[in-house]
Design a protein around this ligand. Sequence first.
Ligand code: SAH
Ligand code: SF4
Ligand code: F3S
Length: 470
Amino acid sequence: MSEAAASPRKRLFIRSWGCQMNVYDSGRMADVLAPLGYGPAEGPDAADMVILNTCHIREKASEKLFSELGRLRALKREKEAAGGRMVLAVAGCVAQAEGAEITARAPWVDIVLGPQTYHRLPEMVARASRAAGAVIDTDFPAEAKFDRLPEASAAPQGVTAFLTVQEGCDKFCSFCVVPYTRGAEYSRPAAPVLAEARRLVAQGAREITLLGQNVNAYHGDAPGGGRTWGLGRLLRALAEIPGLERLRYTTSHPRDVDDELVAAHRDLPQLMPFLHLPVQSGSDRVLAAMNRGHTAADFLSVAERLRAARPDLALSSDFIVGHPGERAADFDATLALVREVGFALAYSFKYSPRPGTPAASAPNQVPEAEKDARLQALQALLRDQQEAFNRSLVGRTIPVLVTGTGRHHGQVAGRSPWLNPVHLSASDALIGEVVPVAVLAAHTNSLSGALAAGTATEPPSQRREEPAPA
Ligand code: SAH
Ligand code: SF4
Ligand code: F3S
């Protein structure tokens, strides 16, 4: 660790919105700024530099940015009046999509940088301290970013860590901004991914979640050359790292679940039996309008293949209600798919038109009231399924990775194989260990349990809802 990193002279505050890739990127931005003497600040008040790492996926996300920028303007003025300074940067997907609007609407912003330029942040900070206007950098190629970010992390991520292996997307779903903000699909070569995973484990990580906007489209250069590796092959290599107890990956696309990946779920005990696999809709008409490239039946068959390989696999998903052209019968097909699959967890959203995407200019927009009603109906069903799944764990002994101290003295918090937060009374000496826990109670979003003797019993298999009426 450099001296500057050991005793920071300047304070950095980063706020992240959006997906886990933004959380990962925020960590890497802190890493590139550490050699410049920046250490973490508790909040914006104490910071010499504030970075807002933004998300553009739905409308409210950019509204939040502008209201936050308003608050920071006042803070920045106060600091300047007192003879100090605060560098204000906007990063992430809103920066990429709306760089010029940001500097026009909020001229007090010093730096606007897109997701592929974080390695150039030190240079931008230097330029911003000389320049009068804002410094904008929203270049694209992802390769340079990964090659040039520092290897060691200034602030280790802890027991559970994220590792970005893939960025960008070439799928162009009708509703989605990601292909425009994150650019073309790019996979990191396997060798630096494996090296980063080993470093994370050396820093205390026991669970690694591989990240990518389309993580299972991964096709990275193989370590010794030759054919590229798919995600299944990469997971196999990662499973050989001693001390790495658990692997996950997110977010996947149903179209890219290949046999090698299914086999990884069958063969690797480290690969957790929980998969986030967004389906968006259960109607083939709407799926076609969304340009998803799969039908409802394709999704069901992917789910079957995965559960055949790993019977205790639980699925999570994303849904959009009220995509342009969605009729009542299409929405019913979504409910039917949910009943048929049975999800342990799911996120559902009202369709939000994003400027520049094909769906935003489609003529047959769904009225807001209709979207609200559909969202409520879908969420009620999904909540019931989530509660039923959590209840199915009560009375079982499951392996829990202890991730940190709990809310109360003598309590620790951990994670089930199915990503449920688990609370139990135990010593914090267990942090970083996988321990058997008897589940005593289930809540909507978490479980509570007690340390059990011996080893965990067989996990439950995912229950299915009663089949949809024909
Ligand atoms: N790559 C992933 C999802 C990325 S965005 C995939 O292919 O599924 C995360 C989620 O946000 C999406 O799954 C979708 O459900 C939701 N989303 C994206 N664009 C949206 C929009 N315009 N309106 C509402 N929800 C949206
Ligand atoms: Fe967006 Fe579709 Fe790409 Fe997912 S697959 S990031 S929803 S365009
Ligand atoms: Fe949001 Fe960009 Fe992630 S739009 S969801 S931060 S890829």
